[in-house]
Design a protein around this ligand. Structure first.
Ligand code: FES
Length: 184
């Protein structure tokens, strides 16, 4: 199966790590689980790297049970151990998520600068709550810890792109660009 992750919008929306540039997975074909595992020595300290690679390879941005089982077998450990790691870290999900993961910083500086309003705006605009995925599979909203961009609070990240100094108007503009990018 070949699947191509859509690039982030490139029509000028600012992001701290490059203007609208996707930095993760443009135009990458889905690999088999075995192909991904083979890229890592079968050592326990590679578990996080393996789980990241498997999740990035999944168009729904999650770790499915087949991949978790394969990782456990490859690392010669139990499924419950791998599952425990996958559910401990917030960057992993064992449930299907959207094509674009929106992570809103809710650490103290962003909280003081109004991250709650940003969360409310996103919920209202996308008709979903935290941890949920839009019906069209385009967006998932999650919370995250400090993104290291406190001077631009409130801040959010979509996939690998960071957006700061957020306002209601800016949120709508950013979402529209991702929506247009999807339909175009
Ligand atoms: S507190 Fe939000 S980026 Fe630091």
């Amino acid at each position: 199966m070949a699947w191509v992750r859509r690039p982030a919008p490139t029509n000028g929306e600012e992001s701290e790590n490059g203007v609208g540039q996707e930095t993760r997975t443009n135009n990458i074909e889905i690999m088999s689980t075995e192909e991904i595992l083979k890229q890592f020595p079968a050592e326990h300290n590679n578990m996080l790297g393996i789980l990241h690679a498997l999740q990035d390879n999944n168009p729904r941005n999650y770790l499915n049970s087949k991949d978790l089982k394969a990782a456990a077998a490859y690392l010669n450990t139990s499924l419950s151990h791998v599952y425990g790691v996958a559910t401990y870290y917030s960057m992993f999900s064992v449930r299907p998520r959207g094509e674009n993961i929106i992570r809103i910083c809710n650490s103290p500086v962003c909280h003081v600068e109004g991250s709650v309003n940003i969360i409310d705006e996103l919920k209202k605009e996308l008709f979903i709550g935290l941890g949920e995925t839009t019906e069209d599979g385009l967006f998932t909203i999650e919370l995250t810890e400090c993104l290291g961009q406190c001077h631009r609070a409130p801040v959010m990240m979509i996939n690998e792109n960071i957006y700061g100094n957020l306002s209601k108007e800016k949120i709508l503009s950013i979402l529209n660009k991702y929506k247009n990018n999807h339909s175009g």
